[in-house]
Design a protein around this ligand. Sequence first.
Ligand code: HEC
Length: 159
Amino acid sequence: MKRMLTAGCVGLVLAWASVSGLATESAAAAATAEGALAGLQETTSTVLDGVFTAAQARRGRRVYTQNCESCHGPELKGGEMAPSIAGSDFIVFWTELPVGTLFERIRVSMPEDGPGRLTDEEYTDVVAYLLDANDYPAGETELPADKTALDMILIVAAE
Ligand code: HEC
C-alpha cells in the first residue's frame, strides 16, 4: 500500500512537470520522478506470487546438483566449503532485494570454481530452484532469463 501511494505521488509530480512550462525545472523534476519510478518498478510482484514453474525448479535442481551441491550441500545448508543458502540464512540476506540481484550475484560469482560458466537460462533455473527449496510457491509462468525483468520481482520473507 505504501508503495502504491508513492507511485501516485510520482504520477502527480510528472503531471505537474508537464503542465508547468518551465523548461529546465520541469525537466529536472521529470528526471527525478523517472528515477523514482525506475526504483519503484522493482516492486511490481514478489516471490509469493508464483513467479517460477515447478518444471523450471526441477531443471534448476539438476543444475544445482551438478554445479553447486559439492560446496553448498544437498540441502543447501552449506558446510566447510560454502555458506548456507537455505531457510533463515537465505531470508535474512536476501529479503527486500530484487530477484535480479540474486541472479546477478550468482551469475558473476558462482559456481565459485568457475563463475559465469553456465548459461543465463541455467542461472535462472537455479534461482527458481533456490526459491522452490526456500518454500516459495510455484506458479504458471517461468522466471525470465532477463535481469531487468527479474529486478521487478522482490524477495520477501516466506509466509
Ligand atoms: C567451489 C565451491 C562453490 C560452488 C561450486 C558454488 N558455491 Fe556458492 N558460494 C561458495 C562460497 C565459498 C561462498 C561465500 C563466498 C562468497 O560469497 O563468494 C558462496 C556464496 C554463495 C551465495 C551467497 C550466499 C549468501 O546468501 O550470502 C549464493 C547465493 C551462492 N553461493 C549460490 C551458488 C549457486 C547457485 C551455485 C551453483 C551454480 C554455487 N553457489 C556454487 C562456494 C561455492
